[in-house]
Design a protein around this ligand. Structure first.
Ligand code: ASP
Length: 375
């Protein structure tokens, strides 16, 4: 559902925004907040890891896994790659950034095409309603899928993998909890005057979905549904900020990279200085932007961070065994961050319906049955 949903709702969203300037402003605000929350996240993770010192006295010989890194593309290439040479291929491959760029241009062109554009817009408006209807089916099925996925993950992981790495796992878990239960609530309160408790309660579906799939990309339909229908963000803004956030905003991933860097440095007995910590904040923020929203990629982009501060890439082999569970947790954090930023940006643009945000029942499946989508 992700490709048709993102494309159609983004096209409708762009045309709903009054002008290109508004679109640009929302883009800049969202990008700024996404980067800022990620930098805060890595800083929290690093501070906690420096305090706890996971990895001191860890026996590196005990794990037999090996890991070979992958070259990260240069930043300029990332920018060039955002523009699709073939939009149909971009959709077939699910290349989110390219789909976003094409949808933005397509939406702007519709607005500029006058009466003829109107026909196309009406069609897209109807398509949007139909696709949202399909997303509601997903929402109904989700609890069963989540149950099955989580059961499988826990049945195949086992505690014996986790125990030797308990310090690493617990430090990262605590850091993620701080980000979700302290940083986002503070930001929502101070930047948006929004009630964090209401927000956290409504995060249940996307967080559970992200946790069980370990993919913010696969969670987009549920995130978008929650942000629009439960948190009251206007479609024009949510359709833009949610796929963008799923693609570039990975606070939990950056936190893992911060804690993992300290852990690996400790295991290898390498001292990191202040400059290196600052480098970690910078590269982990950028690396998480470049992390694809699918399971396990955060570990691949961790090679960028390790390389930047001169740590051995093979160190990743030490943590690979416990990564699935941590991936599940960090993806839930990633998605919560996308929702928080979407709310703050929408609120600052007058695009957040407070009545919907504050209503505990809004957007529930029962609510959808009561008031089926008609527009
Ligand atoms: N699984 C993460 C996500 O999709 C990415 C990662 O950290 O590997 O958000």
């Amino acid at each position: 559902m992700v490709v048709p949903l993102v494309f159609v709702s983004l096209v409708v969203g762009v045309t709903a925004l009054s002008d290109i300037q508004t679109l640009g402003r929302i883009g800049v605000k969202a990008l700024g907040l996404y980067l800022a929350t990620t930098a805060i996240a890595v800083s929290i993770a690093l501070s906690l890891a420096v305090l706890v010192e996971p990895g001191r006295g860890f026996d590196a010989g005990a794990t037999a896994a090996s890991f070979t890194g992958k070259e990260a593309p240069p930043f300029t290439q990332v920018l060039i790659d955002m523009v699709p040479t073939n939009p149909v291929a971009a959709m077939a491959e699910g290349n989110m950034l390219q789909i976003i760029v094409f949808a933005l241009l397509f939406g702007v062109a519709i607005t500029m095409s006058g009466a003829r554009g109107k026909h196309v817009l009406n069609l897209f408006g109807d398509l949007d309603a139909v696709i949202m209807h399909m997303v509601e089916w997903i929402m109904r099925l989700a609890p069963y899928g989540v149950f099955a996925l989580i059961t499988r993950a826990f049945a195949s992981q086992g505690l014996d993998l986790l125990l030797p790495l308990a310090a690493y796992v617990l430090t990262l878990t605590a850091a993620l909890a701080l980000q979700v239960f302290v940083t986002y609530p503070l930001l929502l309160h101070f930047l948006g005057s929004l009630n964090p408790l209401v927000f956290l309660k409504k995060m249940r579906d996307p967080a559970a979905f992200a946790f069980s799939t370990a993919s913010s990309g696969a969670t987009i339909p549920v995130t978008l549904h929650t942000v629009e229908k439960k948190l009251g963000v206007k479609n024009g803004i949510a359709a833009f900020t949610v796929p963008m956030g799923a693609t570039i905003n990975m606070d939990g991933t950056a936190m893992m990279q911060g804690v993992a860097t300290v852990f690996i440095a400790n295991v290898y007995g390498i001292e990191l200085g202040l400059t290196q910590y600052l480098l970690v904040v910078l590269t982990a923020t950028l690396a998480s932007v470049g992390t694809a929203a699918v399971p396990g990629v955060g570990l691949v982009t961790l090679t960028m961070v390790l390389g930047q501060v001169g740590l051995p890439v093979e160190g990743i082999a030490l943590i690979i065994g416990v990564d699935r569970l941590l991936d599940m947790m960090r993806t839930a954090c990633n998605v919560t961050g996308d929702c928080a930023v979407s709310c703050i940006v929408a609120n600052s643009e007058g695009g957040l319906d407070r009545a919907v945000f504050d209503d505990p029942e809004s957007g529930s499946v029962e609510d959808a049955t009561r008031r089926p989508t008609t527009s």
